[in-house]
Design a binder for this molecule. Sequence first.
Ligand code: IPM
Ligand code: MG
Length: 358
Amino acid sequence: MSKNILILAGDGIGPEIVNEAVKVLARLRDGFGLDIAMDEALVGGEAIDATGVPLPEATLNLAREADAVLLGAVGGPKWEPLPIERRPEKGLLGLRSGLGLFANLRPALLYPQLADASTLRPEVVAGLDILIVRELTGGIYFGQPRGVHRREDGERVGVNTLIYSESEIRRICRVAFEVARQRGRRVCSVDKANVLECTELWRAVAIEVGSEFPDVELSHMYVDNAAMQLVRRPKQFDVIVTDNMFGDILSDAAAMLTGSIGMLPSASLDAHGKGMYEPIHGSAPDIAGKGVANPLATILSVAMMLRYSLGAPETAERVERAVSAVLDAGLRTADILSPGMRQVGTAEMGDAVVAALG
Ligand code: IPM
Ligand code: MG
């Protein structure tokens, strides 16, 4: 049965990198029997310009009907003066919550070919393979009350609310334990249970869920220490499970261990395997339109889509092998360039991956 993929290119470098990922999908469809149909819609700043809102109803409806969504990036300086409620980022948050995509998988995998692209010493990062499982539809990003208001004494106060129900914690912890079973069987739950009651509950529920998975080792770490350990001895981690905001911060740090945020894909999943797939880097407005952005994170996001939402793990491996082959051949976009390698632009990199599919 044909699967529907909704393509949301978004802002900045979004259209350029998504274009390369679409080439890969089209080649898999035409040359390798992948039964898919692709549709496009507006999100983020481009949607604001065209319709006045970052997530038009039509886009959310198409996303609900799709089997999977591929997203480029949203946001840029043009829309920064807008109030938070109307910014491009709200389009992304609206998709996550509107589709119930509570589980965000962010792998930080170091390709051996790129070992010297990291700012850390090669022996610290060689062989790095971490998976951050970030809760994505709760916590301080969505908690009420929120806002900035004026108190009776005339002073302005800003408020956001960190809130989690035990069922929200339980379901994300279960995802982490289940994926740990496919990997190194170790889960580190990251919290701030020494200060925040909400994360004291997080830790208690993580322990309860851990008892359902006796074959997986569970440890706990405070988030400040986790940030330090990620740059000190990152290979101690297998799967990290954490809340929405801690996961946002730690996943950027973990990404940089691998040399370039331009290499890292992500999957945001609901309870039934439906997912939205996006590179973890942003819209990079400074290089937008120049044809130099690295499309590999988006192409690797297609691989995650094939694995998690389209039931095509072998095709996923084909895409990952093609990316590896292109790196072996010495092709590099500017962000991962090192001496002796050949610098290529966005489209040339995408074409090379398509050619390497077989
Ligand atoms: C991310 C981004 C988003 C987030 C922004 C763009 C809303 O930083 O996906 O990590 O904070 O979740
Ligand atoms: Mg982030």
